[in-house]
Design a protein around this ligand. Structure first.
Ligand code: HEM
Length: 180
């Protein structure tokens, strides 16, 4: 994972629980906690921090990871405004993630660990993103989608019945927009 991801995690922990909470996580994991945005660090460090945060807060990792994704999106909007042109809808944005956003991220960071998304688009108010990644961070993807929905001021309901954590070879995020 890129240092930028760790820095956003540190921000989230510090803004919710204070700087000593982040220090506590570093102490618990034995990590140094110095992350350069453009450098890569082992994914295991991120998982160890999430695990320690889960122990410290009593919140399951399965709930922390999407919360982190949701928090991450405004940071992406600020750092990469070119991926959020005026006038786009949430669905239009999501359709650009694989072929535009992550493709550009790959150019900026050739060693980035990025997922593959394919799309099923057969209704105007719905979209399915088919996620494949050896990192199986589908919970992060869900949070990122919710963060994007916040950004666009839209509502999005996600069904996630097909999941790699339940034996499938892919995850399917079946989204309905502006659903109650
Ligand atoms: C809703 C939209 C998006 C979704 C669902 C999504 C999904 C993901 C997921 C799940 C990962 C974790 C890696 C993996 O699963 O293999 C990831 C990594 C990443 N994504 Fe996205 N992403 C979205 C939008 C963006 C945007 C707008 C940016 C801004 C530039 C971005 C930049 C990155 C970066 C930098 C990484 C980390 C790569 C690394 O650490 O090596 N993504 N994305």
């Amino acid at each position: 994972m890129k240092g930028v991801v760790f820095n956003i995690l540190a921000d989230m922990v510090e803004s919710s629980y204070g700087i000593e909470a982040w220090d506590g996580l570093l102490l618990a994991t034995g990590l140094e906690g110095v992350y350069v945005a453009t450098e890569s660090y082992p994914d295991e460090e991120l998982y160890a921090l999430v695990e320690a945060a889960s122990k410290a807060t009593g919140i399951e990792a399965s709930a922390l990871v999407p919360a982190f994704g949701r928090y991450m999106m405004p940071a992406f909007v600020e750092q990469y405004p070119m991926f959020f042109p005026e006038g786009q809808t949430l669905k239009q944005f999501l359709l650009t993630v694989d072929a535009v956003v992550h493709k550009e991220v790959r150019k900026l960071f050739p060693d980035a660990g990025l997922p593959e998304f394919r799309y099923r688009d057969d209704r105007p108010d719905a979209l399915t993103m088919v996620y494949r990644s050896p990192r199986r961070l589908c919970a992060l993807a869900e949070g990122l989608v919710q963060g994007a929905a916040d950004h666009f001021g839209e509502r999005c309901r996600i069904a996630h019945d097909v999941c790699m954590h339940r034996g499938a070879d892919r995850c399917e995020l079946e989204m309905e927009f502006n659903a109650a």
